[in-house]
Design a protein around this ligand. Structure first.
Ligand code: ADP
Ligand code: MG
Length: 536
């Protein structure tokens, strides 16, 4: 008989399965908690988080991606939100909190719609339509920027750093960041190419942030290999060599039978001669500085020192490439090829002690295509957080220049996009319209949070803000320092268009992905537990 059939098991007994609404609620709840956690850090008045790792190490930051990565989140849906932050970090370098907060809010609004019996597939479709439309609205409202708009570039850099540890010296750091980027820009096929890899960030604890500087060259965490080499070389002629300055594996390869002391001696003499020839070859090229990617034999070191040549070894490949961009030296793979025209130039090569460690400064390069920002600060925490702020500034300047487009921040852009989306929603019908309206409302989480984090009651302010936008003031935003509505552009709160387009894109993608899940099947070890639900 049919109802006496054996039940069929397709999953191991230990597997956990959550389905339908329960699955959706569980995932949305987890994502909301993640968003809620970073939300208090948004904007210049946002708070910091203190993160303590399992070894007791402390990080103090308000950088979205740093917080989420240190939290070691386990819930699978929450992890997807961390991915949003990571994508934003990789694509722009700033706006991580914005992206995560937005994703959380999109899901929260979706939950309201699910409660009203709107099917998640419909919500997903509406969100996608809204996100696409938002991209168009954003582009149309954005302004042009070029490499010569120094004031705007400064505002972009300062906006990225406002409210961070770097704040106290943001003018100086903004100027350094802009100078650094201008140095490393390449133009290929009439396109700006900016590779931030070519700006090396080095940190030094001790002085104040204000003492940070831009080195027109590269700082290497390497000392000179021999004590009697000169500490300082002026008008350096730099050889970059990526083969070992040693005898080639005599120990393993050559089988020599030595039968008399004379033979032994002549063998040693021969070795010594080969090694001396290596040093001679370098000296003959006219080099007075050698950076070697591999090892340098003791005897070669000795001869190089005798010639007054400064040498450092085991330089990282990435640093070799930067040295090549900074000094214009060609990296040599076979020592026999080395000649004067392969050498690069630097005004000064010097061994300097920083934080009790010997470093090599290669500076005063002419038109270097790779530079170093030496970040200083009173404590390790300050220096680390300043570095994160500078990365945001560099990312923002670079994103602004690459696309050549910027918008104003302080909640103005989100409010304007929401307003236009509402207008657009009127042209749609039924349930999709609801989803687009929900999307518009979700965007307003940004101005609302900026207000809340500054201790301003958001309700009246948001109403007034929307009214200004209805009057055609597209840059009306929140001056978090006075608590009033102001023209964000005039306040100098400028951000790259890319921050906004990317945040909306990745937040929407993850929200849709989470919405479409109606079944969670977890093997025992990874069962999705409800995360901690209180205040964080
Ligand atoms: P994120 O990780 O998203 O970059 P931030 O903490 O850097 O988070 O905050 C960015 C938000 O703060 C943006 O919406 C930006 O427009 C806003 N903001 C930055 N500076 C100001 C300012 N001076 N006044 C008002 N809002 C600002
Ligand atoms: Mg930021």
């Amino acid at each position: 008989m049919a109802d006496q059939q054996q039940p069929i098991y397709i999953l191991p007994e230990s597997a956990m399965r959550t389905r339908g609404r329960d699955a959706q609620r569980n995932n949305i709840a987890a994502a909301k908690i993640v968003a809620e956690t970073v939300r208090t850090t948004l904007g210049p008045k946002g708070m910091d988080k203190m993160l303590v790792d399992s070894f007791g190490g402390v990080t103090i930051t308000n950088d979205g991606v740093t917080i989420l990565e240190e939290m070691q989140i386990e819930h699978p849906a929450a992890k997807m939100l961390v991915e949003v932050a990571r994508t934003q970090e990789n694509e722009v370098g700033d706006g991580t909190t914005t992206a995560v907060v937005l994703a959380g809010e999109l899901l929260k609004k979706a939950e309201d719609l699910i409660d009203k019996e709107v099917h998640p597939t419909v919500i997903a479709k509406g969100y996608r339509i809204a996100a696409d439309k938002a991209q168009v609205i954003l582009y149309n409202m954005s302004e042009k920027i070029t490499i010569n708009d120094d004031t705007t570039l400064r505002n972009i850099a300062m906006t990225a750093m406002t409210g961070k540890a770097a704040e106290s010296a943001k003018e100086k750091l903004a100027e350094l960041s802009i100078r650094a980027i201008k140095k490393i820009i390449d133009i290929e096929d009439h396109q700006l190419k900016i590779d931030l890899e070519n700006i090396k960030l080095e940190k030094s604890v001790g002085a104040s942030i204000e003492d940070s500087e831009l080195i027109e060259g590269i700082i290497l965490d390497k000392e000179k290999v021999h004590p009697s080499m000169p500490r300082l070389i002026k008008n350096a002629k730099v050889a970059l060599i990526d083969c070992a300055l040693e005898l080639k594996n005599t120990e393993i390869e050559a089988k020599i039978s030595i039968t008399s002391p004379e033979q032994m001696q002549s063998f040693l003499n021969k070795e010594e001669e080969i090694l001396k020839r290596i040093a001679d070859k370098i000296y003959a090229s006219g080099a007075n500085v050698v950076f070697c990617q591999k090892g340098i034999d003791d005897l070669v070191q000795h001869y190089l020192a005798k010639y007054g040549i400064y040498a450092a070894r085991r330089i990282k490949q990435s640093d070799m490439e930067k040295l090549s961009r900074a000094t214009k030296a060609r990296i040599i793979t076979n020592l026999e090829d080395l000649s004067g025209k392969d050498l690069g130039a630097a005004g000064i090569v010097e061994e300097v002690k920083i934080n009790d460690e010997e470093m090599t400064f290669v500076k005063e390069c002419r038109n270097p295509k790779a530079v170093t920002m030496l970040i200083k600060g009173g404590t390790q925490h300050v220096v680390d957080e300043t570095e994160r702020a500078i990365k945001d500034a560099l990312g923002d300047i670079s994103a602004a220049l690459k696309l050549g487009r910027v918008v104003a921040g302080a909640g103005s852009t989100e409010t304007e996009v929401a307003r236009n989306l509402r207008k657009f929603a009127n042209t749609l019908s039924g349930r999709e319209q609801l989803a687009v309206l929900a999307f518009a409302e979700a965007l307003e989480i940004i101005p609302r949070t900026l207000a809340e984090n500054s201790g301003i009651d958001p309700i009246d302010l948001l109403t007034a803000l929307k009214q200004k936008h209805d009057e055609g003031k597209k840059w009306a935003g929140i001056d978090v320092f006075t608590g009033r509505i102001a023209d964000s552009w005039k306040l100098g709160v400028i951000e790259p268009l890319k921050i906004k387009t990317q945040a909306i894109k990745s937040a929407t993608e993850v929200a849709i992905m989470i919405l479409r899940i109606d079944d969670i099947i977890a093997s025992k070890e990874t069962k999705p537990q409800m995360p901690y639900q209180g205040e964080m």
